[in-house]
Design a protein around this ligand. Structure first.
Ligand code: SF4
Length: 439
């Protein structure tokens, strides 16, 4: 079958991608995809027969690492003869730790090499794979995803060295892209039909281009007329400057949404984690943002079961989560990562305790999302319509990252639709309240 694929279309090989992990990975996959399509590859969905499969994995948690390897095995079953490339953080950690761990990848390519994969494949198999058309830092942008949201990497690397995190090892020191280069990329994305631009980075708040900060970048991107919305991906509380909050409060394009990792609501655990804030500082910064932007959507990440997390320490986290109006709670059980400081800590929390703590916090998160959504009943919000279903209902997202379902209109994909919220269902906003069922 594989020989057949090559002989039929030797210079138009097939490639598939699987991305696991953060928005930064998604932004980078878009760039890697553009490199492949620029070289003449045809893209098929992950899991279909292919000549090359790229698994762009994540190693931030044990689960993400396992998911990356599961994706690898999946594609091996679907395309037994494909060249499978593992890249991203799991590849980087494997290269650094010189471990094989039973991986089934043909090539393990670290962070530096992942933007030159077509060139590498051509070098290894010149008769099978075409040369790259151009390998630049600023590749051709193609609308490869069925979404109106494009992720743009503006910064990479982090030197905060939190005790549990592999990112400083896998992505190195902070580096930012120049504003003009980002503006050019965003302009092309917007011209290709993307309406919402998500600015991403390993440590986004550290963005700096010759003294110009994140707020300056946001202003420059906002000035592009075809950009309807800008969203910030995850940002550290200690790097969230008041300037960016003040700007968000008045901007017509920067979404009212912040994803600020909390990780723990206990000062002792925050200190052991090596986080650069305590609970009081976190509260103060969130209070500032909420005072400026009362309808702010607030997301966060929490790690439960970090070594030494006692029951009272966990309860401190629960209390803080209850006190703050989080609308998107991402809760992860702590998982040991080889090569991190936390891996060597005593007092690891048993798996069953972690599981129960995850359950408690996830349930709390679901309730808080519903409460946040219900606060919009009777108010007018704007949704960016992503698709219209068979029944004619338009589905989209508000700036606060709430899903909207708008019925009885003739909205189309890409419309910015103001509507009045009549009803909510599990955190979804609806413009109609269903009639009560007849008895
Ligand atoms: S801030 Fe901490 S958790 Fe975030 S990328 Fe840097 S080291 Fe990792």
């Amino acid at each position: 079958m594989r020989d057949c694929l090559y002989s039929v279309d030797i210079m138009n090989p097939i490639v598939s991608f699987k991305t696991i992990g953060c928005r930064l990975n998604q932004a980078e996959t878009a760039t890697i995809t553009a490199h492949f399509t620029g070289a003449g590859y045809r893209v098929v969905p992950h899991g279909e027969a292919t000549d090359v499969a790229v698994i762009h994995g994540c190693a931030i948690t044990g689960k993400a690492d396992r998911d990356s390897l599961r994706a690898l095995r999946q594609v091996r079953r679907a395309a037994p003869d494909a060249i499978i490339i593992l890249t991203g953080c799991p590849a980087e950690t494997r290269l650094k730790l010189q471990t094989e761990k039973g991986d089934d990848a043909d090539l393990v390519i670290g962070q530096a090499g992942k933007f030159a994969l077509p060139a590498l494949l051509h070098r290894l198999h010149p008769s099978r794979f075409p040369p790259p058309l151009q390998i630049t830092e600023n590749p051709p942008v193609l609308p490869v995803f069925e979404t109106l949201r494009a992720f743009v990497k503006v910064q990479d690397g982090c030197d905060f060295r939190c005790a549990y995190c592999v990112v400083p090892e896998t992505r190195g020191s902070p580096v930012s892209r120049p504003i003009p280069e980002i503006v050019e990329e965003v302009r092309r994305l917007a011209d290709s039909g993307f309406k919402e631009i998500v600015l991403t980075g390993a440590n986004l708040g550290c963005y700096e281009d010759n003294g110009r900060r994140l707020v300056d970048l946001v202003r420059a991107v906002e000035a592009i007329p075809a950009v309807a919305r800008i969203r910030l991906s995850s940002i550290e509380i200690t790097t969230t400057e008041n300037l960016i909050i003040d700007h968000m409060a008045t901007s017509g394009k920067l979404c009212h949404f912040l994803h600020i990792p909390l990780q723990s609501g206990d000062d002792g655990i925050l200190k052991t984690m090596g986080r650069r804030y305590d609970v009081a500082t976190f509260r103060q910064a969130i209070d500032y943002a909420l005072n400026k932007i009362p309808d702010l959507g607030l997301g966060t990440d929490i790690i439960v079961g970090f070594p030494g997390e006692s029951q009272p320490a966990f309860e401190n986290t629960v209390r803080l989560v209850r006190d703050l109006p989080f609308s998107n709670l991402h809760v992860f059980p702590y998982s040991r990562r080889a090569g991190t400081r936390a891996d060597g800590l005593a007092d690891q929390v048993p798996a069953a305790v972690k599981k129960e703590r995850v359950r408690i916090l996830r349930e709390l998160g679901t309730r808080q999302r519903a409460v946040f959504a219900a606060g919009f009943i009777g108010k007018t919000v704007e949704a960016l319509i992503e698709h219209v279903d068979k029944a004619g209902a338009a589905h989209g997202w508000t700036g606060q990252y709430l899903e909207a379902v708008i019925s009885g209109t003739s909205l189309r994909r890409g419309d910015r639709a103001p509507f009045t919220v009549a009803h909510t269902v599990e955190g979804q906003l609806h413009n109609f309240k269903p009639f009560p069922a007849r008895m």
